[in-house]
Design a protein around this ligand. Structure first.
Ligand SMILES: *Cc1c(COP(=O)(O)O)cnc(C)c1O
Length: 370
């Protein structure tokens, strides 16, 4: 049997033939960063593609989270989920704020809106949910709670590039949303990200904050950070934007193959299809329970014996890391569902160029357990 390495992900790469002339342009212009030609073009093209009005490019997907909290002067406590990538909680910590973990919904892995109210204190000022694996949060319910208590909402939409509900971008929800364009994501600029807001004044403030706080040549309005996207990655991003729809189509085909082959395997559950959602198939997580016969970690190891790499994503939970485990809300008794998912989850290989043969090899190991 073919034993070629199958990685869990592989980046979407633009063609070099298309990229090189753009590099020549950049060399000619000698304008490498600070709102260059391709930067401006990409900001507009992304806002168009995503169906939002105000989008600011960033150099990665973590700094927009940090900047969103700063832009709205969030203080005190921020309610969030332990079932995410560490950057979500780190952004709260980097602002000197206290993360408060709330348990998740078993069906989707997203924050459970019905558990948010119990975590609100007089110090709570914001909620930071995550559209985990690209599945939209219950945005309506979260907004209702935020409205009642006067809280801001910042969605970590790092997984939700291009995701729509009934034709509307999920990025329109809440006060702000962030994206990551890291190499492992559905759409990448190698490293990169964006912050989406809903009015021009706020976008202006965000653009100051990502450039050291400079409002003009001589005015610094805040201790901003440097998080600018350069021309080379902006050009790369423009090319990838042209092929992201076909990449998502390929992912969909793969997801459907996985679903079809695994739907009757006892002890394996995957994410539900949600009516009206245009998904991006960013990941293909499966959740393995006792009835499967072998544990998640055994399957993970078995796949590796066949040179196939899954990813236990998200495991361990953020709330178990040393920086956060001392928080009251990090107590495992407060987060039973998140712990269960973290112990059961395995993300299968999923990327646009994954071939049939690869999918079949993955499925063969899972269904034979050999
Ligand atoms: C990837 C990711 C981030 C961080 O993005 P970077 O671009 O790697 O800084 C934040 N949150 C989530 C949920 C992510 O998956």
């Amino acid at each position: 049997m073919d034993n070629k390495l199958i990685t869990v992900t592989s980046p979407l790469l633009p063609s070099l033939d298309d990229f090189i002339p753009m590099l020549k342009d950049i060399w000619d212009r000698k304008w490498l960063t600070n709102n260059g030609h391709y930067h401006e073009e990409l900001e507009k093209a992304l806002a168009d593609y995503l169906g939002v009005k105000y989008l600011s490019l960033f150099t990665n997907g973590t700094l927009p989270l940090i900047t969103a909290l700063q832009a709205m002067r969030v203080t005190g406590e921020v309610i969030t989920t332990p079932y995410s990538f560490v950057a979500t909680t780190h952004s709260i910590w980097w602002n000197g704020l206290k993360p408060v973990f709330v348990d998740v919904d078993e069906a989707t892995g997203n924050i459970d809106p019905e558990k948010i109210e119990a975590a609100i204190t007089p110090h709570t000022t914001a909620i930071m949910p995550v559209h985990v694996y690209g599945t939209p949060c219950n945005m309506k319910r979260i907004q209702e709670i935020a409205d009642i208590y006067g809280l801001k909402i910042i969605y970590d939409a790092a997984h939700a590039f291009g995701v729509k509900v009934n034709g509307e971008s999920v990025l329109k929800a809440g006060d702000m949303s962030t994206l990551s364009f890291h190499a492992t994501k559905v759409y990448n600029t190698i490293e990169g990200g964006a912050l989406i807001c809903h009015d021009e004044a706020t976008k202006k403030r965000i653009d100051y904050l990502k450039n050291f706080g400079f409002a003009d040549e001589t005015t610094v309005v805040a201790p901003g950070i440097n998080s600018k996207m350069d021309e080379i990655r902006s050009a790369y991003g423009l090319l990838n934007l042209k092929q992201v729809d076909s990449a998502i189509e390929n992912r969909k085909v793969i997801a459907n193959k996985y679903r079809e082959a695994l739907k009757d395997v006892p002890g394996i559950r995957f994410l539900p299809d949600i009516e009206g959602v245009r998904h991006n198939y960013a990941y293909f997580p499966i959740f393995i329970s006792k009835e499967y016969g072998i544990s998640r970690d055994e399957l993970y190891a078995k796949l590796q014996q066949h040179n196939i790499y899954g990813r236990r994503y998200f495991y361990p939970l953020i709330s178990t890391f040393s920086a956060y485990k001392g928080l009251e809300s990090a107590n495992p008794a407060n987060l039973p569902v998140a712990h269960k998912l973290a112990d059961q989850v395995l993300c299968l290989p999923m990327f646009a160029t994954l071939e049939d043969e690869g999918v079949n090899r993955v499925l063969e190991v899972i269904t034979s357990k050999k």
